[in-house]
Ligand binder design. Structure first.
Ligand code: FAD
Length: 276
């Protein structure tokens, strides 16, 4: 069984876009729909794609963005670039009645993150600069089953897995969210695509690992994806890789944020004491 996820490269782009509308999906998740001529050619083919979104430096209020030059991306000589990663939840190509549109879904988690603060205040007509995605990794082909784990930040990625996996693939989703207000995020159609177990953190910690253990053995035709708070995923990774002995290609785990850390580098090993 191969779990290869074919890579696809996209031309690099830094897009200056405008907010067309904002929709509150749940009390803590808000959808920002972006439009702009620079969306032409936007492509995102994989469930774990991400764009870089740029925000004003909270210390100065100044927005600094990279420039695309014939030699590639160039940082301006002055200014501090503040960027965060977001999943392109949906891209709709222009029709006769509507322009190209890109949806980004933001978790609103308080007042100490520039991205969350921006999203909480976003309004029609606001500007937003978005770079990428540089590339996509397609869903693995030939698998029989997928186990998908997500917290709120990975609900856009989970949604894309649900849309992109072959209809033959049996899906179990373990979704670790604050409370019962969050499931409304997923459309009825997507909810029907998977066997979804909703875990509410208000009911206690460590439910994700317990639920994963409760699934029993994971066979060699099952692909496992998980994204969310990095510290929560470390014991999950140990279980999958060391207790069950699954090879690295069968397991894709990514820390999308880490409690107490601003702008977590998701390319760094999830568990620094046990890098892949
Ligand atoms: C590949 C990838 C895709 C992602 N896709 C999405 C997406 O589609 N939607 C989305 O909302 N997020 C997504 N994220 C996560 C998002 O990039 C982080 O949550 C980011 O830190 C938010 O930036 P911020 O400016 O709000 O907070 P930061 O300035 O980065 O952090 C400030 C403080 O807030 C805390 N914090 C950060 N995020 C959260 C959170 N979600 N809940 C509680 N506390 C938090 C930090 O621990 C820190 O203490 C993705 C991350 C990656 C790597």
């Amino acid at each position: 069984m191969s779990f290869t996820r074919e890579p696809v490269r996209h031309p690099m782009a830094v897009r200056h876009l405008t907010v067309a509308r904002v929709a509150k999906l749940t009390p803590t998740l808000t959808r920002v729909t972006l439009i702009g001529e620079e969306l032409a050619g936007f492509a995102s083919d994989g469930p774990t794609d991400h764009v870089k979104v740029f925000f004003a430096d909270p210390a100065t209020g100044i927005l600094t963005v990279p420039e695309l030059t014939p030699d590639g991306i160039r940082r301006p000589e002055s200014g501090t670039i503040v960027s965060r990663d977001y999943t392109p939840r949906a891209f709709r190509a222009a029709t006769a009645d509507s322009p190209d549109e890109l949806d980004l879904d933001f978790v609103l988690h308080g007042t100490d993150g520039p991205a969350s603060v921006w999203a909480a205040n976003a309004a029609t007509g606001d500007a937003l600069v978005v770079a990428g995605p540089r590339g996509s990794r397609l869903v693995p082909s030939g698998i029989a089953r997928a186990v998908l784990m997500a917290d709120e930040t990975a609900l856009p990625a989970l949604s894309r897995w649900l849309e992109l996996l072959d209809p033959e693939v049996e899906i179990t989703a373990l979704v670790d969210v604050a409370d019962a207000s969050v499931p409304a995020y997923l459309s009825d159609e997507l909810r029907l695509r998977a066997d979804i177990v909703w875990l509410y953190r208000e009911n206690g910690p460590d439910q994700l690992l317990a639920a994963l253990r409760g699934l029993g053995p994971i066979d060699e035709e099952t692909f496992v994806f998980g994204a969310g708070e990095a510290s929560t995923l470390i014991p999950v990774r140990r279980y999958l890789r060391h207790e069950l002995g699954l090879p690295s290609q069968q397991v894709a785990l990514s820390g999308y944020w880490k409690r107490g850390v601003a702008n977590l580098d998701h390319h760094a090993p999830l568990d620094p004491s046990d890098p892949d």
